[in-house]
Design a protein. Structure first.
Ligand code: ATP
Ligand code: MG
Length: 279
């Protein structure tokens, strides 16, 4: 295991997000269970990180720590040089369970964060309209979440997160419930926004293809204990294109990530795999 001093890392490249030795344990039938075990990761400003790994390896736990919704048992998450102690307006979160307010319409859900941010009614309405259209829900702007399908709820949650314009996007399987076409469309929109307006993105997915297509780096996690198993640089240029998905370079990267995720048991013990990563 390579130990990297957080201070040394900071001096080299000031990380926008720095996860420093984060451990999260739960009590499971009287035994300590490591949802995350000493996870360290630096994400540079404007970097696009995707996180893949088997179910239960701690991806959402890591996201919740970054979002400030869950406290680590030890270690810390640092954003813009400050230890995360709660949610903040610079971090937009899209949850795995698209957490909409059930009593508010699509439009009101999307407007919600804008109201908190102090925008006037007209501006809220216009902004919400734009993002509702972007995710293809204009026809359902006045519908309540219970009238939406899973994929539509997910799109509403995406519109709500994008609308407040956060500079950090924390996305937990945001496109998981979408059909292939909508998924590709939203991947492209996300990359467009990211390249035009620059965001720092941490994006969890089960889809290896998606992980490679979007990212600067793919972080592969492993379970029991939840840890970073591998990190793979994606040296493909942006803009990423549909043709690129068919290229030998893309295929080689996808196979590498796939191998890392699905053949974790064939690798050597956790102690000899990288669990500390630096941008
Ligand atoms: N509140 C909790 N109490 C006890 N155990 C928990 C709690 N939250 C998470 N865990 C455990 O921590 C581990 C990691 O959970 P987490 O939700 O982070 O996994 P994940 O990688 O996001 O999985 P998935 O891909 O299925 O979403 C799991 O084994 C889970 O059972
Ligand atoms: Mg999860």
């Amino acid at each position: 295991m390579t130990a990297t001093s957080p201070l040394a890392a900071e001096a080299a490249t000031p990380a926008r997000i720095s996860v420093q030795g984060v451990t999260k344990t739960y009590n499971l039938a009287g035994k300590e269970f490591f949802a995350l075990d000493n996870v360290s990761l630096d994400v540079a400003d404007n970097e696009f990180i995707t996180v893949v790994g088997p179910s239960g390896c701690g991806k959402s736990t890591l996201m919740n720590v970054l979002a400030g919704l869950d406290k680590p048992t030890s270690g810390q998450a640092v954003v813009d040089g400050k230890v995360v102690s709660g949610p903040g307006p610079e971090r937009g979160v899209i949850f795995q369970q698209y957490a909409l307010f059930p009593w508010l319409t699509v439009r009101k859900n999307v407007e919600f964060g804008l109201k908190t941010a102090g925008l006037g009614a007209k501006e809220r309405r216009e902004k919400a309209e734009h993002f509702i259209e972007m995710v293809g829900l204009s026809q359902f702007a006045d519908a309540l979440p219970k009238m939406l399908s899973g994929g539509m709820k997910q799109r509403c949650a995406i519109a709500r997160a994008y609308a407040v314009d956060p500079t950090i996007l924390l996305m937990d399987e945001p496109f998981g419930a979408l059909d292939a076409l909508t998924r590709v469309k939203l991947q492209e929109q996300l990359l467009d926004t990211w390249s035009q307006e620059k965001r720092t993105v941490v994006f969890i997915t089960h889809d290896v293809d998606e992980a490679v297509y979007l990212a600067n780096r793919v972080v592969v996690m492993a379970a029991r204990p939840g840890r970073i198993f591998d990190v793979i640089d994606v040296d493909l240029p942006y803009p990423r294109t549909e043709e690129m998905r068919l290229s030998p370079e893309f295929t080689a990267l996808r196979n590498r990530v796939w191998h890392s995720v699905y053949h974790q048991n064939t690798r050597t013990a956790a102690g000899s795999t990288p669990s500390t990563l630096t941008a």
